[in-house]
Write a protein that binds this ligand. Structure first.
Ligand code: MOS
Length: 731
């Protein structure tokens, strides 16, 4: 087959759903107009651990408009069948209203259903809950860890002993919350034994499976609809208790029920990026060649589920060294279960490893980029596999040139402008290229328009647009004649919209489905005596703007419309599929970046202002340059937050989160964000997947925080090993 001309892929197109979004016509979970829907407000536990001893719902039930108050004493017993899929971590998931136990501050203990939101809110304030409270354990640094998960190659302790230069560094990272603009929300409706939910989720099929197992329903009795997601960053990767609450409330009242988490409830009603204590001991020779590293990580999890994220691989594959040992320990706490947040695992590992590399460079008097070049591995030393593509050296070269790295002084605290100390820093990011089984249904109608459907989500990166680009080129249609639908469990299955795998997985299925349909049309034409293409070699035919034509003699051809109409075909269709990453893997697949930061630090006040940021990315083929740039900007802005602002604070006396709001949980605002530049290296990774992409939404966030921390050191001479970097730490 002749390769299709690429008109849409690679073009800096605007979002196909942009107009819907800015005119308010894109419907988010809570906005769906479901006939007869009533409102529910969750009452959350005001103690951090213990038992419910009394629950008085009388005043709430008497409040005008209140339909019902549901709690563990009157809620139906639910099957809660095993569901080890759907991103539920190992453990026993929280069972809403099934017993009197309180496992964390904020756990749902009751729900008030009312005809208006105001009545439900007021009703919730009238529910009187008494507790037998126990002292919760919420401090990572005080609690007892589980047994470690280990990794070892060589003899890291011996390697460290023999190393000429040794560093022993302990880092702490704060808990971070996703804080998407759209709050998590669910509308649930029962039609007999069939359940429909409109939900904010990054995985309609995961939510469908969870609801089916919790309520003991066949999968096809549950439908999950989620056409638009207003940001998630990982917080929508599993089904949270409020979705179950909505379904229970709908069943108990016989009405469709809407639950919207308040901003405060987001902090314990969904997950978070766990806090870490991470000790890294690293040794090298005097020229900076790494010899050994010992990583010891402690991370938060809940008392009822053991969440862990992919934090170990970075220490195994970023740099070449013979001896590595790692121990990862989950620390069960009386908190709700964490979840992945942008660049999960790798972002935290990069803060530690890339800060340490900067520290080593300073100790040895070597330029930090040169130190990294000296330790560039020739294969993935965690498994001995060759890298598919790893272009970090180009990232360094391009980044150093574009950022003006030669203006950096190797000596810290040597550049000053008035009150401001100026510094530059660099760090590396990597994120594993994930891809999994996916399907997409493609239908080409006789009028020359196409419809593509998959169960994927779009939490904001622009799935509608980028997938339409893939489909348009593969079908030989214009963007405007392709409609892409997603976010419905009735559509063909896809993996979670996370881990930067949607383009590789869903995109490859879309490509396959569109290729199949195009081939069907070509076959129909070359075998049709009435077609100008009759008898032509199918391999010579391409489709442009809906017209099939001989590649080197474009005058010979006809449109899909004439071909299908003449043949009395209402449509052509196909189910596209992608089988996922080949197993066992024969290559090591990662996306990479080098991220550069320049900061100014007020010498008297310790205030850090980020002045410039640049990310240079090796992410494979870029389908949608405009969206990719937006992802980079977003990833960098998020990294500024992690580096300097974001910190979920728990009062360890009672387990309450004290800054569960957007006034006290600081995120970067426009004034915090400087000039940000993103450069994607040209190229593709043909071994990664049929589209040649490596994933980019996660990797753009990895390495941002350490680049800033390293710039702060270069500016001030203060090495801060705790995130966020506060003014106090610099005084
Ligand atoms: Mo991403 S943290 O998998 O949404």
């Amino acid at each position: 087959m002749s390769p299709q001309p690429q008109a849409a892929v690679g073009a800096p197109l605007s979002r196909v759903d942009g107009r819907l979004k800015v005119t308010g016509k894109a419907l988010y979970a809570a906005e769906h107009d479901v006939d007869g829907a009533v409102h529910a407000v969750i009452v959350d536990a005001s103690v951090g651990r213990g038992r419910i001893t009394s629950l008085d719902a009388g005043d709430a039930e008497a409040h005008p408009g209140v339909l019902k108050v549901i709690h563990h004493r009157n809620a139906p017993k639910l099957p809660y069948r095993d569901n080890s899929g759907s991103n539920n971590p190992p453990g026993r998931r929280l069972r809403v209203f099934q017993d009197d136990r309180v496992l964390f501050h904020g756990q749902p203990v009751a729900v008030v259903v009312a005809t208006t939101l105001e009545a439900a809110q007021h009703g919730a304030s009238l529910v009187e809950v008494g507790y037998d409270a126990e002292q919760p354990s919420t401090d990572l640094h005080e609690a007892t860890p589980d047994k470690p998960t280990n990794y070892a190659r060589g003899d890291a302790e011996a390697g460290l002993r023999d190393a000429a230069v040794r560093l022993d560094l302990t880092y702490r990272t704060a808990r971070n919350h996703h804080n998407p603009m759209e709050p998590h929300a669910t509308i649930a409706r029962w039609d007999g034994d069939k359940l429909t939910v409109w939900d904010k989720t990054q995985w309609v099929l995961g939510t469908q499976t969870e609801l089916s197992t919790v309520f003991g329903l066949p999968m096809d009795s549950v439908r999950v609809i989620s056409p638009f997601v207003g940001g998630a960053f990982g917080s929508g990767l599993r089904c949270w208790p409020h979705t179950i609450v909505a379904a229970v409330a709908a069943r108990e009242t016989g009405r469709p029920v809407k639950v919207v988490l308040s901003r405060r409830q987001q902090y314990f009603g969904t997950g978070f990026r766990p806090s870490y204590e991470y000790r890294l001991r690293v040794g090298s020779d005097r020229r900076g060649r790494l010899a050994a590293a010992v990583h010891e990580m402690d991370a938060e999890t809940s008392s009822y589920e053991t969440f862990s994220e992919t934090i170990m691989p970075a220490g195994q594959m970023l740099y070449s060294m013979p001896d590595v040992s790692q121990a990862y320990r989950s620390v069960p706490l009386d908190v709700n279960t964490p979840i992945w947040m942008r660049g999960p695992g790798f972002a935290t590992a990069a803060f530690v490893i890339e800060s340490a590399m900067d520290e080593l460079a300073d100790r040895l008097g070597i330029d930090p980029i040169e130190l990294r070049r000296r330790n560039e591995p020739s294969e993935d030393e965690s498994n001995g596999l060759p890298f598919s593509t790893r272009r970090l050296r180009e990232c360094y070269t391009v980044g150093a040139r574009e950022f003006g790295w030669q203006r950096r002084s190797q000596r810290p605290r040597s550049r000053r402008e008035g009150d401001w100390l100026i510094g530059m820093g660099v760090a590396v990011g990597a994120y594993e290229t994930q891809r999994n089984q996916a399907q997409a249904r493609v239908r080409l109608d006789a009028d020359g328009t196409a419809l593509v459907e998959t169960a994927a989500s779009d939490m904001g990166p622009g799935t509608y647009t980028s997938q339409t680009q893939v489909a348009a080129d593969a079908l030989g249609l214009t963007m405007r004649t392709v409609t892409f639908r997603l976010g419905d469990s009735l559509y063909p299955p896809t993996p979670p919209h996370g881990g930067s795998q949607t383009m590789a997985s869903v995109g490859s299925a879309v490509l396959d489905g569109c290729d199949q349909v195009r081939r069907q049309a070509i076959k129909l034409a070359v075998e049709d005596r009435a077609s100008p293409l009759y008898g032509a070699d199918a391999d010579d035919i391409v489709v442009r703007s809906g017209r099939l034509q001989v590649k080197n003699a474009p005058a010979r051809g006809e449109t899909y419309r004439s071909l299908l109409t003449r043949n009395k075909r209402s449509h052509l269709d196909a189910l596209g599929s992608y089988a996922g990453a080949p197993s066992p893997a024969r290559r090591s697949f990662y996306a990479y970046n080098a991220t550069f930061a320049e900061v100014a630090v007020d010498a008297t006040l310790g205030l850090v202002r980020v002045r410039r940021m640049l990310g240079v990315y090796d992410a494979g083929r870029i389908i949608s340059p405009k969206l990719a740039e937006s992802q980079a900007i977003g990833g960098i802005v998020g990294g500024i937050g992690t580096a300097l602002l974001e910190h979920t604070v728990t009062d360890h006396r009672d387990g309450r989160i004290v800054n569960a709001n957007l006034a006290d949980y600081l995120v970067p605002v426009n004034a915090d964000v400087p000039e940000v530049q993103a450069i994607y290296l040209d190229g593709e990774d043909r071994e990664a997947d049929p589209l040649g992409v490596k994933g980019l939404g996660e990797v753009v966030h990895v390495g941002v925080a350490p680049a800033i921390a390293n710039a702060v050191f270069n500016a001030t001479g203060h090495r801060v090993r705790e995130l966020p970097i506060t003014a106090e730490a610099l005084l």
